[in-house]
Design a protein around this ligand. Structure first.
Ligand code: KDG
Length: 308
């Protein structure tokens, strides 16, 4: 028992209305609260902690998360700074993310925020590298939360590298390696690993990240590989027609973590990740609706060799 705590920045997200070009719909995103929404949907007690502005977008974020079953009681509401937002602009290759978040309420968070949180009931704390890119104080917050001196596995700390080059610009991203090595479970895309460390190969990534219990390398449409100890396990992804990919990594992390907390075997944990990612890939939104049961059954049947 205990709950999951997801710490980071939630954002208002404007997504293009498929019915009416040029029109945008207000939705909600932010990697950590996306994970929280998936976990709440899976029936796990979960908190999102971070900051929003005292503005309409901040209220929209909180209302939406509350309605999704996520506990937002510990969120800081900043009267001085706005809620961050991003726009999914249609692009030839799918969509381009345009951020409006510098100077946001979340960017002003720092290590003092941790003192306002009760983590004694937490089973798992989920963090991502995005927070480290937001500001020096956010970077310090993450470093403190992930202090390598903390007792490992209590609570479990998961870390999604979530490399966002637009946010890092000329800042030094090497801190991501240090942070990943302070986690128990690490998620990284092979493209991100290539950009940061010059290799997306799971064994080589593992060699760079020796400390975490579990390292998961997401290999795009091919699948994902988990390395625990010296053992690597691969599971192929589900074949879906991608509508919009943003948020699929968060869905994957949530499925994987929910299965991990349920004590599932490596292959099952990877499959649980792929299943949630498949639903998000079929939506323009960061989280999207779950796939109907018949669709899930069809997807699983199409991959009977490995998913039976
Ligand atoms: O994973 C989805 C996130 O990238 C999106 O919600 C926005 O948090 C976000 C970010 O910083 O990119």
């Amino acid at each position: 028992t205990g709950d999951v705590v997801c710490l980071g920045e939630s954002l208002a997200v404007f997504v293009p209305d498929a019915e009416e070009p040029g029109r945008y719909l207000l939705t909600i995103g932010g990697a950590e609260s996306n994970v929280a929404r998936h976990l709440a949907r899976a029936g796990l007690p979960v908190r999102w902690v971070g900051a929003v502005g005292e503005d309409d977008l901040g209220r929209a974020v909180l209302d939406h998360l509350r309605a999704s079953g996520v506990d937002v009681a510990a969120v800081r509401v900043d009267p001085e700074r706005p809620t961050g937002l991003y726009v999914k602009e249609p692009d030839a290759g799918g969509s381009r993310m345009r951020y409006y978040r510098s100077g946001s309420a979340a960017s002003a968070l720092g290590p003092d925020f941790l003192a306002t949180l009760d983590l004694t009931t937490a089973r798992l704390v989920h963090l991502t590298g995005i927070t480290a890119a937001l500001s020096p104080s956010c970077r310090a917050l993450l470093r403190t939360a992930m202090d390598p001196g903390r007792r490992r596995s209590s609570p479990l700390v998961s870390f999604d590298v979530n490399w966002r080059p637009v946010l890092w610009r000329d800042q030094d991203a090497r801190v991501l390696t240090e942070l990943a090595n302070a986690a128990d479970v690490v998620f990284v895309g092979e493209d991100e690993a290539e950009a940061l460390w010059g290799t997306g190969d799971p064994d080589r990534v593992r060699a760079l990240l020796p400390a975490p219990t579990t390292v998961v390398v997401k290999q795009g449409a091919r699948g994902a590989t988990l390395v625990e100890g010296g053992t690597a396990v691969f599971q192929p992804a589900l074949a879906v027609d991608v509508v919009e990919p943003v948020g699929a990594g968060d869905a994957f992390a949530a499925g994987f973590l929910a299965a991990t907390l349920a004590g599932a075997e490596p292959a099952h944990r990877l499959r649980a990740g792929h299943l949630l990612a498949a639903a998000t890939l079929c939506s323009r939104e960061d989280v999207g609706d779950p796939l109907p049961a018949d669709r899930v059954a069809a997807l699983l049947a199409a991959d009977a060799a490995t998913w039976a």
